[in-house]
Design a protein around this ligand. Sequence first.
Ligand code: PBG
Length: 322
Amino acid sequence: MIERPRRLRRTPALRRLVAETRLDPAAFILPMFIKEGISDPVEISSMPGVHQHTRESLRKAAHEAVEAGVGGVILFGIPAHKDERGSAADDPNGVMQVALRDLSADLGDSVVLMTDLCLDEYTSHGHCGLLTPSGEVDNDPTLERYASIAVAQAAAGAQVVAPSGMMDGQVAAIRDALDGAGYHNIPIMAYSAKYASALYGPFRDAAECAPQFGDRAAYQQDPANARESLRETALDLAEGADIVMVKPASLYLDVVRQVKDAVEVPVAAYQVSGEYAMIEAAAANGWIDRDRAIMESLVSIRRAGADLTLTYWATEVARRLR
Ligand code: PBG
């Protein structure tokens, strides 16, 4: 007798019935860019369909995400002025804090309002931390900046903060600072396993944060290493992380799976700008079926073990899933 697994694939209804993996808009997080001092939204050439927002267009796009059922939004701020220590990042009137006050007034608890917590968008040199005189990223003084940024973001209405700088000890420093300021209830979504990836290129156009010299390989992880992600994740959990993240997603699905099997907290995966750009570019050339490729990429991230997915397609796909 021939075994016939094809029986369960015969019709769309059968395939839908037995699908092991389902996508849910409530588990999507939409990354959004807010830029200070522009009067109209600016489309990012390497990320067609994604914009640097004005205050007004951010509010509109966030509203659309909520309407579509997206579970969270994560903000990235692009200040008008950058300096060595990223002063705008924790300025109560800095672009991020202004946007947080807008969105928390507009949206309340209808969506989870998250912030990327880093310095690279705010520093003149584009690195994720303060520099030593010789130009290395200086871990411990950077933690003091992150602590201050966390409190500024929470005070402005952030409901989850997400440190992405890959400094050692960053989660503990941020947890201490939040607790010290009375923000015991603000969770930390840690970019725990963040790789030094070529796939962040389009994001650096969007956030205007390409390093002015060198690269991030001395703080972000080497793509060759998977076990190191388990170490980073365990450290972040010991320091108080509430959600851990793997980034990028598609090229690191093995890491998503290993982290998922190792931890008891929610696991997020970030489908980064380069993953978005590759599919959009190939589709624009007519080389792949855009909609199918997007769905396949998101199902695969979920199948690998991601509970939450950060994706620039969040609103579009949420609508499609309705
Ligand atoms: C750092 C940060 C980066 C991304 C998210 N947070 C850039 C970097 O590490 O260079 C990349 C996200 C993407 O590529 O979509 N603040």
